[in-house]
Design a protein around this ligand. Structure first.
Ligand SMILES: [Zn+2]
Length: 332
């Protein structure tokens, strides 16, 4: 396989907690164990190296029952955020939009406001010292949220000047129509919008998909189980598509393997495609590996890979200055 670590890349669909490597979680666990602060199992036992076959039934509990329980104070939040930023930079990512659902941790006196502030402080410090990568933050509304909680996420995004908002979480739960006011306010206030879209059959009814398109997203993620008329509308709007190859294969969200991925369908439709990792800590495939998989299974040559990487530039939620920097940086 070709190696795309040196290719300057844009990552736009990465969840903070899902991007923490097992080794980094292990470091956090060792420190807590030393201080007698955790009864959790070693992350390397909980998520053995080489285990990537998390599906929609086992994936979400891994967070609610384990990763959130381990990363439950300021020091672990800061340590893991910094590690995630460094890992993406080391993989040749030159622009990153990291997303996270604001999480209050009452046991550590952390409010959602403090949570967001803490992560943004790590990102700002990183941006001032990194010579190669710039990062921005997106705040996620979780499908389990009620309408007020969703509105609170938008308020936090505005108060902290993050670049956008997202809709994520277990596709088997929630009535997404209740989030219309929150996304309307986000849009009117100038925030960009990305949505997890048609991720699983349960979250792909025509009613849900047309409601989501009514939120006027700038980008959509996964885009797996899409009926023809919805596909036509997506193409008409030229929406940016965040496609996550390994995640979809490992979690069996698609039928078949890499070569069967819907990247093959969407390429050539005119919609910009942004290859993304989703949860590199869980699925173990770096962004450079995702590019290598696409090159191998869809026969893209070097020039086509560079065109793919450059195509992501105009879909970022960052500034015109960010885009200009990327135009100069990403190979032609
Ligand atoms: Zn995702």
């Amino acid at each position: 396989m070709m190696d795309f670590k040196a290719l300057p890349k844009i990552e736009l669909h990465a969840h903070l907690s899902g991007s923490i490597s097992r080794e980094c979680l292990h470091d956090v666990w060792v420190e807590k164990k030393k201080r007698g602060e955790t009864d959790l199992r070693d992350p390397l036992e909980e998520m053995p190296v080489g285990k990537f076959d998390y599906n929609l039934e086992t994936f979400f509990p891994l967070f609610s029952k384990y990763i959130y329980a381990l990363c439950n104070d300021l020091s672990s939040l800061i340590y893991t955020t910094n590690a995630v930023l460094k890992d993406f930079e080391a993989d040749g990512v030159v622009y990153l939009e990291l997303r996270t659902t604001p999480r209050a941790i009452p046991s550590a006196n952390i409010s959602k406001d403090i949570y967001v502030h803490t992560i943004l402080t790590c990102i700002s410090a990183f941006n001032t010292t990194s010579h190669s990568m710039k990062a921005n933050l997106i705040l996620s509304i979780d499908r389990r949220n009620d309408a007020d909680t969703a509105m609170q996420v938008v308020d936090l995004a505005l108060a902290h000047s993050t670049v956008g908002v997202d809709l994520c979480g277990d596709p088997a739960v929630g009535d997404i129509s209740i989030f219309a006011p929150a996304f309307a306010r986000a849009r009117e206030s100038g925030l960009k919008i990305t949505l997890h879209f048609a991720e699983a059959p349960q979250s792909s009814t025509p009613a849900e998909l047309w409601t989501l398109l009514g939120f006027k997203p700038d980008r959509i993620g996964h885009v797996i189980n899409v009926p023809g008329d919805v596909k036509a509308e997506i193409i008409k709007r030229g929406l940016g598509l965040e496609l996550c190859l390994s995640c979809n294969v490992h979690a069996k969200m698609i039928t078949g393997s890499y070569g069967d991925h819907h990247f093959g369908w969407w390429r050539g439709t005119g919609c910009p495609i942004i290859l993304s990792t989703d949860d590199v800590g869980v699925f173990g495939s770096s962004l450079s590996n995702e590019y290598a998989l696409i090159a191998e299974h869809f026969g893209l040559d070097r020039e086509e890979i560079c065109t793919l990487a450059r195509g992501a530039i105009d879909t970022i939620f960052g500034s015109e200055e960010d885009k200009q920097r990327l135009r100069e940086m990403i190979w032609k």
